[in-house]
Design a protein around this ligand. Structure first.
Ligand SMILES: [Zn+2]
Length: 1038
């Protein structure tokens, strides 16, 4: 699953100038308006309901006794072969129109109990009986002083599904579906209960039969247990060990206008709205589409059939085996049986898309399905082409062939994530897969490419070999994120993604998050379904990827690759935990004669939160001894004692520290030192007077390095005289480490600014990018202060000469993006962005000229790669007419990439009325897609003129926002951090704390992170702001 990327495309901005964004890759996808919870889901019982039920229990007791005998007799008569527990209550509206029910619903059972939909429960009758029965069951367990199996967060282990036969009918005209699932069960321990997941559906009938014998097993009762999203079938007798049974459930549900389970979405073609149904099951939503054992460990085979109107087509993980057409215009597609797989990457879709197709060398058929106009325009061709090449790449890299006969890529208008790796049917939001080369920037192409590389990696890491449980979701997500860079390097060998861009986009990015005392370990324990979404965060993705890169680096890439091949081969079609990986990798190392206990090393990195800062002291002594010490890096040292579990003193890591000794002309020696103690002495080669030490060569390690001031000064000297002695990645690393060490108070504030000075000679993109990103939070700390112009002036001076040297790109639309020199274009973009943001006059004029030309000619000749910068600069500098013009273009454009940057440009205005207008419009789903509303609010918060407006808007609209995004935790936490992360005054901190006291809704973790961040901001202002300004003043007068 690919999350939305927070990529700082833009730099810091001055209050009077541009505000911009960190564009988010992996589309934050939209949610429907209206509360999520409105779906037909069982509702937790209230106290009042308990009381009512108890009264009725007492009153009805006598009657029940009398009735019991009669009821039992009737039941026995009815259940000659099967016991049916259907419901008489209304489910979701049935298929209308043709009046024909699906295979699944063709024999609707006549009687039974409600599955517990709130509206049905309220009607009493059967529902109350069900409550009573459930309570009886619970009381029995209470007497035994045990939690009943359905009240525990995980499914009981006594049953295992072997095979599912799932027959679905999709009624797109009224957005309902019905299904019949037959699960073949293996019994491991005798039990009278079948406990599985089912949520927000209406169950009509349940039957249990012994597999090979004709005899049924009587169902005593069934009930939902909403707290754990489980459904319980209580049998009259125990299922016997080693026997196999068949569980049949007939049910129906809604194809909701939301983003989870089997949901619907729409698009407009030739003025007509068309609908499609698609699934998102990861991590815990398959249970909303069919009753199942919805934990990744329960791998089974699946045979799916989908019945739909012939005007639609249906897709699933496997190819269609046969299609049976009916006279009434309906068709049933029967898909081939899947290999063993988990429920979360099962998928289907019902749509009227068209496709283009290609075939890999090994014969895998790859199709890209999208809305017909996009297919006709060729917007899917890029994705299709790289997918074919990437399958070939992965097959070669992993030495394991792709496991299914086909792979479909489905481009949908709406999706909660950038994409989802369903095996054989991966689903992408349109902005992450459709690409029109004539209007796409390099960054957009990069985003599309990396999301595809990510999802394809999952076909192996995730789908073929699946983590045992969600605590190790980073095993699949960290790998897929890491391989985004490796796979892109395969497609574009000159781009050096893994060696370079990985640093700024992953390593530097996640060290910001993981440097908070309120971070969490990459391996997180989770149990409840409601918590599982929480593990899909940047720590899992980015720290996971950074740890894997460190591991690959100290193992050696070829041994690492061999180890992965073994791991996939051993565990294919199964599940594996992190220790399985560590063991396999240790063995691979052993084969080449190295002995490292990988589990021991990696447990410290995956089970402890945070990361170390290594301090290397030495250089002044003559005995060639250096002192290396480690401590946990935290931005706000005041928060250290708040760590409830352990003092920070106990944090220790085994650190593969690479260290180089260099002098003015070259690096004379390199070594790897394993640091595992708090402080260690190490001997190094004799140092000359001007020799410096450099730790973490090429920044392959997940830690920061600090030195004594003398060594920092020597490094700064080196960069100024001849920066190429130090590698590109280390130049970027030194910049990032210095800025962050200073921000956290480990280093004087002037050191990072002194390092920056060499940039006027820096021709590589990466160090500029690292500097731009590191300046961003610093800029946000200063952008509303009195002396901001001093800082602004300093940065402008550093940028000026490179800006002059590089100039502006020309708009050559015929030139393929892919052919363009990526490094050069990205560097030019970065420098233009800095220049325009900090108020370079030429840059402003250029942007204004380009915008004026567009308005007067109505032809957009703005170079693709800098369009966002130009739009934003234009909106911030020019009058309201420009804002209105961009607003109009936002409405009229149909290209998804263009729409997004136009909307973001609107947030750059310094007119508070316009910003307020935009904020208010953002919640109107007709105007701004739900997923984009979050970005609007966050971008306004980044604008110094809008920060307080966004913050106020956020607090006033919290109820609406939380109702919209609350269930999609990832989006909610992005919103919370986006609006609060740059608050930095005592007053704002108070407002935040007061708000948290009174707010309702989830996101507690996000809010505690927000408080810590704002506290650190306030502390920095108090302790270091003046020091920084003093140095800047002195420096500018020199
Ligand atoms: Zn993923």
């Amino acid at each position: 699953m690919a999350l939305e990327e927070k990529r700082e495309k833009r730099p810091p901005v001055t209050p009077m100038m541009i505000e911009e964004e960190a564009a988010l890759r992996n589309g934050s996808r939209g949610l429907p308006p209206g509360p999520w919870a409105e779906a037909a889901g069982p509702r937790p019982r209230t106290t009042e309901r308990h009381i009512a039920v108890h009264k009725r229990l007492v009153l009805g007791f006598a009657v029940s006794i009398l009735a019991l005998l009669a009821v039992t007799m009737i039941a026995v008569l009815l259940s000659v072969r099967f016991e049916e527990c259907g419901a008489a209550a209304d489910g979701p509206p049935r298929a209308g129109g043709n009046g024909s029910l699906s295979g699944a619903a063709r024999q609707p059972p006549g009687a039974g109990q409600s599955p517990g939909r709130p509206e049905e429960e309220a009607r009493g009758g059967e529902a109350v009986e069900e409550e009573e029965e459930e309570e009886e069951e619970e009381e029995e367990w209470q007497r035994r002083r045990e939690l009943p199996p359905w009240a525990r967060p995980r499914l009981p282990r006594h049953l295992r599904p072997l095979h599912y036969n799932l027959m679905l009918s999709a009624f797109m005209e009224n957005f309902t579906f019905s299904g019949e699932v037959n699960v073949q069960l293996e019994v491991r321990n005798a039990s009278r209960y079948i406990v599985l997941h089912a949520h927000r559906m209406h169950i009509e009938a349940v039957r249990v039969a012994e597999d090979k014998l004709a005899g049924g097993v009587q169902v005593a009762r069934t009930f939902f247990y909403p707290q754990t999203q489980m459904f319980v079938v209580v049998l009259n007798r125990s299922l016997e060990v080693q026997k196999s049974y068949n569980l049949k459930i007939i049910y129906n549900a809604l194809i909701e206008n939301e983003l989870l389970g089997f949901f619907r979405s729409s698009y407009v073609l030739h003025g007509e709205r068309r609908f499609l149904g698609v699934t998102q099951f990861s991590p815990t939503h398959a249970r909303k589409a069919f009753p199942c054992f919805d934990e990744p460990i329960y791998k089974a085979t699946f045979k799916i059939s989908i019945r739909h109107q012939a005007t639609y087509l249906s897709l699933s993980n496997m190819p269609v085996e046969t299609s049976v057409f009916e006279e009434d215009g309906w068709v049933t597609d029967h898909f081939s049986q899947t290999p063993l797989m988990s429920t979360y990457y099962l998928a289907w879709a019902v749509c009227n898309f068209t496709y283009r197709e290609t075939v890999t060398k090994s014969g895998v058929v790859v199709r890209l399905y999208a809305r017909p106009d996009a297919i006709r325009r060729g917007s899917g061709d890029y994705a299709l082409n790289i997918t074919r090449r990437l399958i070939e790449f992965y097959e070669d890299y992993f030495k394991v062939p792709y496991s299914l006969p086909k792979l479909d890529l489905l481009a949908v208008p709406k999706h909660p994530y950038a994409a989802m790796e369903n095996w054989g049917l991966s689903v992408f939001v349109e902005q992450r897969i459709l690409l029109d080369p004539s209007i796409s920037s390099i960054l957009y192409l990069l985003d599309v490419t990396m999301v595809i590389v990510h999802e394809l990696c999952h076909q192996w890491f995730g789908d073929l070999v699946t983590p045992v449980w969600w605590e190790d979701v980073w095993l699949k997500e960290g790998f897929a994120h890491y391989f985004e860079f490796v796979g892109t390097d395969y497609l574009y060998p000159g781009w050096n993604m893994e060696k370079q861009r990985f640093l700024t986009d992953v390593l530097h990015e996640v060290m910001l998050l993981d440097g908070l005392a309120s971070s969490h370990p990459v391996s997180q324990e989770v149990q409840q379904a409601s918590d599982i979404d929480r593990v899909f965060d940047w720590i899992a993705y980015k720290k996971g990827a950074a740890l894997i890169r460190m591991l690959a680096s100290f193992m050696g890439h070829s041994v690492f690759q061999m180890g992965l091949q073994d791991y996939l081969t051993i565990h294919k079609y199964g599940n594996a935990a992190r220790n399985d990986l560590w063991n396999t990798l240790s063995k691979a190392l052993k084969r080449v004669g190295k002995s490292v206990n990988i589990q021991e090393v990696m447990d410290q990195w995956t089970l402890q939160m945070g990361y170390p800062v290594i301090t290397i002291l030495g250089n002044e002594t003559t005995d060639n001894i250096i002192v290396i010490s480690q401590e946990r890096f935290v931005y706000d040292s005041d928060t250290k004692p708040k760590d409830p579990v352990r003092g920070d003193n106990s944090y220790l890591w085994q650190i593969p520290l690479t260290i180089a000794v260099g002098n003015t002309s070259h690096i004379s020696s390199e070594a790897i030192i394993w640091v595992s103690n708090k402080s260690e002495h190490h001997r190094i080669p004799a140092l000359e007077e001007a020799s410096w030490l450099l730790g973490n060569i090429n920044q392959t390690g997940y830690f920061r390095v600090n030195y004594d001031i003398r060594n920092w000064k020597l490094l700064i000297n080196q960069l100024t005289r001849n920066h190429e002695v130090i590698s590109v990645s280390n130049r970027a690393g030194l910049i990032d480490d210095a800025f962050n060490l200073a921000r956290a108070g480990y280093l004087p504030q002037n050191i990072p600014l002194e390092i920056m000075r060499y940039l006027s000679e820096e021709k590589d993109f990466l160090p500029w990018h690292a500097a731009s990103r590191a300046l961003y939070p610093l800029d946000k700390l200063l952008d509303r202060t009195e002396n901001y112009n001093i800082f602004n002036e300093y940065i402008l001076r550093q940028v000026a000469s490179m800006y002059l040297k590089l100039g502006w790109p020309t708009n050559n639309l015929n030139k393929s993006l892919v052919q363009a020199s990526y490094q050069h274009e990205e560097l030019r973009r970065e420098v233009i962005m800095l220049a325009c943001s900090f108020g370079n006059k030429h840059c402003h004029q250029q942007a204004a000229t380009l915008i004026s030309d567009w308005i007067s000619s109505n032809r957009n000749r703005i170079p693709l790669n800098v369009r966002d910068i130009v739009y934003c600069t234009g909106v911030s500098l020019m009058d309201e007419d420009v804002w209105e013009f961009i607003w109009m273009k936002f409405h009229s454009t149909t290209a998804v990439s263009e729409k997004k940057i136009l909307l973001e440009a609107l947030t750059c205005s310094d007119d508070r009325n316009l910003l307020n207008r935009l904020l208010n419009l953002s919640l109107n789903s007709e105007v701004v897609l739900d997923q984009d509303a979050i970005d609007v609010i966050i971008h306004v918060a980044r604008n110094p003129h809008g920060r307080d407006l966004a913050w106020k808007f956020f607090r006033e609209k919290w109820k609406i926002l939380n109702a919209r995004y609350g269930e999609a935790l990832f989006m909610n936490s992005k919103l919370v951090s986006g609006v609060t992360e740059f608050l930095n005054t005592e007053g704002e901190l108070r407002e935040l704390k007061n708000f948290i006291k009174s707010y309702e809704g989830g996101a507690a973790v996000s809010f505690s992170r927000a408080v810590e961040t704002v506290e650190a901001n306030v502390r920095w202002q108090r302790l270091y702001k003046e020091e920084l300004f003093q140095w800047l003043r002195k420096s500018l007068t020199q």
